[in-house]
Design a protein around this ligand. Structure first.
Ligand code: DX5
Ligand code: ZN
Length: 216
């Protein structure tokens, strides 16, 4: 199980120090990039993410919740092993966005909102590295996990297995100490958590507790 703590619930006045407290325990640092158009919230973009990219060696997981990912993805500085996910609902030609991201040297993630069925992504699975299944509506940290996502995770896992692909399954939204074991059992390979890590008084201890609960 890989962990991708999301900085969305971090203290944005101390982003670097906060990220450093969990960097060595994390497979990725997850950045929620929002444009106020695809989702009703605005966060950070390339200026902030690139400044931090220089200073951290943990791979970055850029979750682009934006309307024109092909236009903005090239503005992020990528290191080998970084992942860029864009939303299928945001684009008309997902294959060309996949190629754009691949050409940047990043791993490619395809993100699905809670109501987008897995079968809509079926034909793209062979072209991507990660399928990001949202378990809350994209836009904000601190929402409750949508229980139906468990079925969707199982379906996605089954489809990936049937096709003998190596696509990793990432689950994002509402993950906490109570539900992480079930999410892992359903088939998640990468879990994202903002509130359950950076919303806690001691993020590092909170992440360690989540890691323990995931494998309990
Ligand atoms: C929501 C973001 C999530 C969010 C998760 O739009 O994509 O990554 O930060 O926050 P929690 O873990 O608090 O649900
Ligand atoms: Zn996210």
């Amino acid at each position: 199980m890989k962990f991708a703590p999301s900085l969305l619930a971090a203290d944005f006045g101390r982003l670097l120090e906060t990220a450093q407290t969990v960097a060595d325990l994390s497979a990725y640092l997850h950045w929620d990039v929002m444009d106020g158009h695809f989702v009703p919230n605005l966060t950070v973009g390339p200026v902030v993410v690139n400044a931090l990219r220089e200073k951290l060696s943990t791979p970055f997981d850029l979750h682009l919740m934006i309307s024109e990912p092909h236009k903005y993805a090239p503005q992020f500085h990528i290191k080998p092993g970084d992942l860029i996910s864009f939303h299928m609902e945001a684009v008309r030609d997902p294959v060309s966005v996949i190629e754009t991201v691949r050409d940047l040297g990043a791993r490619v993630g395809l993100a699905l909102k809670p109501r987008t069925p897995v079968r809509e992504a079926e034909l793209l699975l062979s072209r991507i590295d990660v399928l990001l299944v949202m378990s809350v509506e994209p836009g904000f940290a601190g929402q409750s996990f949508i229980p139906e996502t468990l079925t969707k995770i199982r379906q996605a896992k089954e489809l990936i297995h049937q096709k003998r692909l190596r696509v990793e399954l990432e689950v994002d939204g509402g993950v906490n100490l109570q539900n992480i074991r079930e999410i892992t059992r359903a088939g998640a390979d990468i879990v994202v958590a903002a509130s359950a890590v950076f919303g806690q008084e001691h993020p590092r201890a909170a992440l360690e507790a989540l890691q323990q609960a995931a494998s309990a």
